[in-house]
Design a binder for this molecule. Sequence first.
Ligand SMILES: Nc1ncnc2c1ncn2[C@@H]1O[C@H](COP(=O)(O)OP(=O)(O)O)[C@@H](O)[C@H]1O
Ligand SMILES: [Mg+2]
Length: 334
Amino acid sequence: MNIIEASGLTKVYSPKGTAKVHALDGLDLTVPQGTVQGLLGPNGAGKTTAVKVLTTLIQPTAGNATVAGVDVVGEPKSVRRRIGVSGQYAAVDENLTGFENLEMVGRLYHLGKRESRRRATELIEMFELTAAQNRPVKGFSGGMRRRIDLAGALVTRPQVLFLDEPTTGLDPRSRLGMWDVIKNLVSDGTTVLLTTQYLEEADQLADDIAVIDGGKVIAAGTADQLKARIGGHRVEVTLTEASAADTAREVLARHGSGEPRVHDGGRTLEVPVVDGTRALQYVLADLGEAGIELHDAGIRRPTLDDVFLKLTGHMAEEEQESQESSEAEMETAQ
Ligand SMILES: Nc1ncnc2c1ncn2[C@@H]1O[C@H](COP(=O)(O)OP(=O)(O)O)[C@@H](O)[C@H]1O
Ligand SMILES: [Mg+2]
């Protein structure tokens, strides 16, 4: 059974005095039960709007969607009973402690006092927040905040969990911690729809990825399928002397899965590879044997920018600056 089905979802905003915005422009999506669906796209692609429609916070202008078989427009209350949401707009009470926040969610959902406390204790342990459980959330780090927010979404044991950019703005270490938490969750069989701007995050967590741009799906598949479409990993070397370029080119061609490309007046060469680490090892060994000196060498992994450039012919430049400044604000506020 598909736990999420969306077809032709459209959301048009008509802000006063400015042109209409097609935040969603015919989005189609099917998510089988027990899987993790990644929604990958740059700022402004329509990710949050899609999550808001699917979680009944806003109504679509056109199209339709069901979650756990229930129509999001026709029976929003019934949908809300089946889902958990964690993301950019989720509410955590700053003045309450971590434990109190979770307990409050339980009470809001009429779990009863004892069950609310029991569930809060269970989630505090699961998210390794025991040491901080009696401190007000306003003193929490960014990573702890995300964990308490996610825990809040799980209080009612939802069938489907929506995570809107769960790691945006986190430092790399907290991001890895959050990935572990999410991986544990999905190993228990929860269906998750996760939005992200990071290919690597979708790669780590999602069974299937829908790349969205301009409010619609522009490519879909597993991480490996998408990477294959955009060329996957590359080995890149920069030579000390451009005069060695011909020999280096032969070495790269031998260990690559495609034609080497030469940049930078012959000093920098790159080649697509299947297994980045192995290929780099062989390339370095052979270049060393040929007596070629290197200025730099490494594996280049495709970034979201690479995906976008390849799939759309344009860079993911929209609202990039405002995003960065709002992330900076978030970090200082935490
Ligand atoms: N309430 C709103 N009013 C007007 N435009 C909006 C509103 N919400 C979102 N948008 C616009 O819709 C587009 C998609 O936004 P959003 O879904 O937030 O993208 P993402 O979450 O992928 O960054 C953007 O161009 C955004 O500016
Ligand atoms: Mg968003």
